[in-house]
Design a protein around this ligand. Structure first.
Ligand SMILES: [Fe+2]
Ligand SMILES: [Fe+2]
Length: 148
């Protein structure tokens, strides 16, 4: 059976692909590609984070009662830390500021890479465990939000 971890890990990989292509485009000052890949990255990661905050972490917190402290609280805090960096990336794309984009992207990686690792090795497996047989229903809900 597909787990939350399988599905969300794949989404990390897809999102990373857009991030890497945007970064290459910024280095090459290829603004058409930067605009396309960076905007796709920013759109997809916003949806991904929304699904985590609103569905997956919420379900985990409801199941375990760990809503005040715990792994999902830390993951939510890291999402909030990333959001102003997404804004800086979006602004740099609009301004065709390749150096500004690369500097924001480098800042993001510092948070995003360990964040995704923590989700894949700890957070998502804990959600799968907590949900047990209800994993399927939660996964279906997540998928519906991802493609909407
Ligand atoms: Fe996350
Ligand atoms: Fe994630």
């Amino acid at each position: 059976m597909e787990t939350i971890n399988d599905y969300m890990m794949k989404d990390h990989q897809v999102i990373d692909g857009f991030f890497e292509r945007a970064e290459e485009a910024a280095k090459a000052a290829d603004f058409a590609t930067l605009e396309r890949e960076a905007n796709e990255f920013l759109t997809r990661i916003a949806v991904h984070i929304d699904v985590e905050d609103r569905l997956l972490f919420a379900a985990f917190e409801e199941r375990t009662g760990m809503a005040q402290a715990g792994p999902s609280v830390t993951m939510r805090e890291e999402h909030r830390e990333m959001e102003p960096i997404f804004d800086a990336m979006r602004e740099a794309v609009a301004a065709r500021d390749a150096a500004g984009y690369l500097s924001a992207a480098a800042q993001l990686v510092q948070i995003l890479t360990p964040h995704n690792q923590k989700e894949e090795t700890m957070m998502y497996p804990m959600i799968d465990d907590a949900m047990g047989p209800d994993t399927r229903a939660l996964l279906d809900e997540a998928k519906a939000s991802m493609t909407a």
